[in-house]
Design a protein around this ligand. Structure first.
Ligand code: CUA
Length: 342
């Protein structure tokens, strides 16, 4: 091939990009878009195969005819050097080169429309898992509204087998700029746009970890916006949900503890093992092991505790406990913390 420098440069670039892509996929087999493992990715993959086959056939026919003409009609020793007879205006040829491309374009656009509508109009069953994906610079937030779980960067979803189908429906939106959500083996690339919700669905057919990356340039750390999708068996997924809930409960109790420790309560009260070491009021280390509050004034329940802290002078006028200005949220957190002191 006699390529001009610019052509050969871009050709080499293309080849090196392609080989980099292929070797990356050997290193991360789970990111191989040529091995789709969920229905939307498989439909897109089949469509692209059809497109490639049609385009390749066109290329082979055109390149074959060209090669034939070049070889068959090449100048040979003893050929006349004058121009051969020229042909003008052939209805048959003109109709052929108009009608055939129109038919090809028609077939391609119909196939594309069919796949696009099949993916977009898919009915989402009621028992599907709903996840809201929020793109951030430069990380992913995954909210499971029905399960009351929020997590980041690693999306856990259940396996969908023919025996037990489990569809996952994703709502995609962004907290800042546009991002792109793409797990090559599970579903087609979808834009993640601020103030707009896009949706995709996936029904992964093999367990494992699937890799993806943000696929729309979104700032300097765009390349470090990896998405990991972990497909668990339904039992493992259930266990993961329970672990997340336990962890979130732990996170909550940490926040509650913090609310207590940053309140003025610690000036007067003690809770063993914390910075609360006041000696003016009762020690609260094992508060909930007591049946009553305020020295047997009232039963020790969370509601009474809350009333008491909210207005100490109402239940036992004249006592030394001051009214501490707290928001309802702080009050709830402090009560929640105190009820863990057993
Ligand atoms: Cu987010 Cu690119």
């Amino acid at each position: 091939m006699n390529l001009r420098p610019r052509q050969s440069g871009s050709f080499l670039l293309f080849v090196s990009a392609l080989s980099a892509q292929l070797s990356a996929q050997t290193m991360h087999p789970s990111g191989n878009m040529f091995r789709p493992l969920a229905t939307p990715a498989r439909m897109v993959s089949e469509l692209s195969e059809l497109t490639v086959v049609i385009c390749l056939s066109i290329f082979l026919v055109v390149a074959g005819l060209l090669a034939y003409a070049v070889i068959r009609f090449a100048y040979r020793e003893g050929d006349s050097k004058s121009e051969p007879p020229q042909v003008y205006g052939s209805n048959q040829v003109e109709i052929a080169w108009t009608v055939i491309p129109i038919l090809i374009v028609f077939v391609l656009s119909m196939a594309t429309a069919r796949i696009t509508s099949a993916v977009q109009n898919q009915k989402i069953p009621k028992d599907a898992l709903y996840v809201t994906v929020v793109g951030h610079q430069w990380w992913w937030e995954f909210q499971y509204p029905d399960l009351k779980i929020t997590t980041a960067n690693e999306l856990h979803i259940p396996l969908s087998s023919t025996a037990a189908p489990h569809m996952t429906s994703l709502k995609l939106t962004s907290a800042d700029v546009s991002h792109g959500f793409w797990i090559p083996q599970l579903a087609g690339k979808t834009d993640v746009i601020p103030n707009r919700t896009n949706t995709i669905w996936i029904d992964p057919q093999e367990t494992g970890t699937y890799l993806g990356n943000c696929s729309e340039y979104c700032g300097t750390q765009h390349a470090k916006m990896e998405i990991r999708v972990v497909v668990d068996t339904p039992e493992e997924f259930q266990k993961w949900v329970e672990r997340q809930r336990a962890a979130e409960a732990g996170a909550d109790s940490d926040a509650n503890r913090q609310a207590f420790l940053s309140s003025p309560c610690i000036i007067c009260h003690t809770v063993n093992g914390t910075s609360a070491m006041g000696a003016i009021g009762p020690d609260l280390s094992h508060l909930m092991s007591r049946d009553t509050l305020l020295a047997a004034e009232t039963p020790n329940t969370a509601a009474n505790l809350r009333d008491w802290i909210k207005d100490p002078q109402h239940l036992k006028p004249g006592n030394k406990m001051p009214t501490v200005p707290l928001t309802d949220g702080q009050l709830d957190q402090i009560v929640a913390y105190l009820t863990t002191l057993k």
